[in-house]
Design a protein around this ligand. Structure first.
Ligand code: SF4
Length: 331
């Protein structure tokens, strides 16, 4: 019998974000320092079998219907394709996706598609090689663009592109990014930068707000609200110049959407986070390695969701940024 991952506010989580690693092959300035971070010790990282076991419990017992593989950078996880294949084997109707920076996607796209992946979310903030170097501290834009093309050609569509605008860095590139995405039939979403960086450098006045994003896009495009209901989707969708092209804005900070949140996260070291900004975690890894049954693990997971807060609380004077950085939580 299925048990819903319900919280005290009537929300039910059916969308599981699985971080497969905290490591990354880029060094985005708004995410981590140039030297990287102290990565999770490998013995603490879930094995492929442990990942698949927890996903199976989520799908078969707890009503999970969508799974997004994230990181760090999930494409550097050697067992990714096999994990996707084993997850797909659980249920043909599951929606499976990956959030990736695109490095390695050109090589892996065909095998990910064959393993049963549905689509990809590509994190890309600029199509200018110089700015890419500045933001990511790597000279790899061409690899990312070829990766996006390969994903599109492999049928991992729609290729959704998530872009963060940084004040004084790429915030004048909104229209170019949208024109580029439309030309390639990619679905672009702008995301407000969130206070989840490892350096704890985030400042609200430095963040480019949704209002500012609309102002920039209005200079060259006419946006009208998309007709389809938003549901629990983070992005507010707009038709571009009457459609069919769309653009999305994920205004986590200024226009939060926590009231309809249906997401739950599993970290690479086996912790359940009931919210991106959760300050508590529930340790499934230790219980699993101590011999816990699937029933027991399901109980712990249900309990972890019950204490989910109404929202991220970024606007609360008492707001504290989580200790765990975004790179170890996943998008
Ligand atoms: S901040 Fe937390 S509650 Fe709000 S939408 Fe994100 S995960 Fe859900």
């Amino acid at each position: 019998m299925q048990r819903p991952l319900a919280d005290a506010y009537g929300r039910v989580a059916t969308d599981l974000r699985v971080s497969l690693t905290d490591r990354c092959n880029l060094r985005c300035s708004y995410c981590m320092p140039a030297e990287g971070l102290d990565w999770l010790p490998l013995p603490e990282v879930l094995t492929d079998d442990e990942v698949v076991r927890l996903i199976t419990i989520g799908v078969e017992r707890l009503g999970i219907r969508r799974i997004r593989f994230t990181g760090g950078e999930p494409l550097i996880r050697r067992g990714l394709v096999d994990i996707v294949r084993r997850t797909r084997a659980l249920d043909d109707d599951l929606e499976l996706s990956v959030t990736t920076n695109g490095l390695g996607l050109e090589r892996l796209a065909p095998s990910l598609a064959a393993a049963g992946l549905d689509r990809v979310n590509l994190s890309l903030d600029t199509v200018d090689p110089g700015r890419f170097r500045t933001i990511t501290r790597r000279d790899r834009l061409d690899d990312v663009l070829r990766g996006a093309k390969a994903a599109h050609e492999a049928g991992l569509t729609p290729v959704k592109v998530n872009a963060v605008l940084l004040r004084g860095v790429n915030d004048d590139e909104a229209c170019d990014l949208l024109a580029w995405a439309i030309a390639h039939e990619y679905e672009l979403r702008f995301i407000e930068q969130m206070p989840l960086d490892a350096q704890h450098d985030w400042h609200r006045d430095q963040m480019v707000t949704a209002e500012e994003i609309f102002e920039r896009l209005d200079q060259e495009f006419t946006l009208t609200p998309a007709r389809e209901p938003r549901g629990s989707a983070p992005a507010e969708l707009f038709l571009v110049d009457g459609g069919p092209a769309t653009v999305g804005v994920i205004a986590s900070v200024t226009r939060p959407f926590c009231g309809d949140c249906d997401r739950v996260r599993l970290t690479a070291d086996g912790q359940v986070r009931n919210c991106l900004f959760a300050r508590e975690e529930s340790d499934l890894r230790s219980a699993m390695r101590a011999g816990a049954s699937d029933d027991d693990l399901a109980d712990r997971w249900v309990t972890a969701m019950a204490s989910k807060r109404p929202g991220h609380g970024i606007d609360d004077p008492s707001f504290l940024q989580p200790d765990r950085p975004m790179s170890a939580i996943g998008g």
